[in-house]
Write a protein that binds this ligand. Structure first.
Ligand SMILES: [Zn+2]
Length: 139
């Protein structure tokens, strides 16, 4: 495998997110869910953004079903490490559990196949032995 040269999330800098990255390695998507008010939320943080309970949430497996909330097509990446990927979809995806996350849409023609509200499914890209990224493909 060629060396992966793109910047990667550094879970060690954000220990709160380590269970998320461990799950993606198993090709599972987990999202924080408050044990008090049952809200799923994203991004991960110590406090529920609805009821403000601290440390009263758990990583909860979700289906991976989503839809494309909005997107832009990147043709001139700010970071030259992504130059070979253009054009690519920088997307905000809404999971069926309600949370929105930033990701990429893959597995289709960019930009022709991209449509707001199109159904998507999570897919897992093992970019290095230590890191698996969550992306989305047409469902
Ligand atoms: Zn809550």
């Amino acid at each position: 495998m060629a060396e992966y040269r793109k910047p990667l999330p550094r879970a060690e800098d954000y220990p709160l997110t380590e269970p998320f990255w461990e799950a993606t390695k198993r090709h599972e998507l987990v999202i924080p869910r408050c044990k008090r008010c049952n809200l799923y939320f994203w991004y991960p943080r110590q406090e529920c953004p609805n009821c403000y309970q601290r440390d009263q949430w758990e990583w909860t497996p979700v289906s991976g079903r989503a839809h494309l909330h909005t997107f832009t097509v990147v043709r001139q990446p700010q970071n030259p490490a992504f130059a070979d990927d253009v054009p690519y979809a920088y997307a905000i995806v809404q999971l069926e559990e309600g949370v929105r996350m930033i990701s990429n849409v893959v597995g289709c023609a960019i930009p022709d196949d991209l449509k707001v509200d199109m159904p998507l499914m999570a897919t897992f890209d093992d970019v290095t032995p230590e890191c698996t990224l969550v992306k989305f493909k047409p469902a």
